[in-house]
Unconditional design. Structure first.
Length: 320
């Protein structure tokens, strides 16, 4: 492969560990997730919000071995309900970045093939950013290297390719979002930063100019609790039930596409549950607004010794 082409390809960094590397095995693995616990919805569920277009899904980014059926509950809706040819994927950046956002121009390689990145859309996004003083403070490509080992978008490409790769041409725009914890510490909303509001506006403007249909995917997990994450006591049934209730309150705000309400809920607790997907969820909801969300599935991945729990969910969003 020529060097110039190789430089435009992001290799699959978690194949063989978080999911099967062999294409045939991976397809069998994914097929199992779409049948596990989904009942008749494995063939494609009808939305609870009738006669509205599916605009976005929220999916976990926990490893597919633990979260596969929850991924599937969201992704099974795309073939029949979302005609998009371009998907903007917003993922959690698990490591510190210099910028709030990291966009990658590289195509994503997977065991199932290559998912192409829409570099025309990215150029259009950069153009909108360059048109304002706040936007010029953002270099969306400065932290592109953060994508190299990050899994929150890679896992989405596997499922997206599985459900749509053989059905229609598709492209992606991969965007990592840095932590918004400093806004919790400062007692303000993320829109206090002009760069964040400008990026959201530029993303919406670039999508409005796209000649086809744009869909959105949020690759997010929820709580991270237990001694492995710094909590003093092992987890018990009471603590896990409390977490489920609190996650439900959070997800109610998410399904109302209420980014600010969601952020206030997390901030009021000082992010005690360590919501991993807070920043990409905030951006997604602000881009979608107005929208109506439908909760699809919620789960907790609990360590048998009570040392850790990661909660995650899937949801679908329709025109508001």
């Amino acid at each position: 492969m020529a060097k110039s082409l190789r430089n435009l390809l992001r290799p699959a960094s978690h194949a063989g560990s978080a999911y099967a590397e062999d294409p045939a095995r991976l397809r069998r693995q994914l097929q199992g997730y779409f049948h596990a616990g989904n009942g008749p919805e494995a063939a494609g569920a009808e939305p609870a919000v009738a006669n509205r277009a599916l605009r976005a899904i929220v999916s976990p980014h926990i490893d597919p071995y633990r979260g596969g059926p929850v991924y599937a509950r969201a992704y099974q809706r795309l073939p029949r309900q979302c005609p998009a040819d371009l998907f903007v994927i917003l993922g959690t950046a698990h490591h510190r970045m210099r910028q709030w956002f990291a966009v990658s121009r590289r195509d994503f390689a997977t065991p199932l093939g290559v998912v192409q990145t829409d570099r025309v859309f990215i150029d259009r996004l950069a153009g909108h950013l360059a048109s304002s003083a706040a936007g010029r403070l953002i270099d969306p490509l400065e932290d592109e290297a953060a994508h190299r080992l990050e899994h929150s978008i890679e896992f989405q490409t596997i499922f997206l390719q599985y459900v749509l790769g053989a059905r229609r041409p598709l492209r992606i725009v991969p965007i990592l979002v840095s932590s918004f914890y400093e806004f919790i510490a400062d007692g303000c909303q993320p829109d206090a930063a002009p760069e964040i509001t400008c990026f959201i506006a530029a993303l919406k403007a670039a999508a409005a100019e796209h000649q086809g249909r744009v869909g959105y995917i949020g690759g997010v997990d929820l709580a991270h609790i237990g001694p492995d994450f710094g909590d003093p006591r092992r987890l018990d049934a009471r603590r896990l039930a409390q977490l489920a209730r609190d996650d439900q309150k959070l997800l109610e705000r998410v399904c109302r596409a209420d980014a600010k309400g969601m952020f206030r809920h997390v901030a009021a607790q000082g992010d005690a549950n360590r919501i991993c997907g807070l920043s990409p969820l905030y951006v997604l909801l602000e881009v979608l607004r107005p929208a109506v969300g439908e909760m699809l599935r919620y789960e907790q991945a609990v360590d048998p010794d009570g040392l850790s729990c990661v909660s995650f969910a899937s949801a679908a969003f329709y025109d508001g």
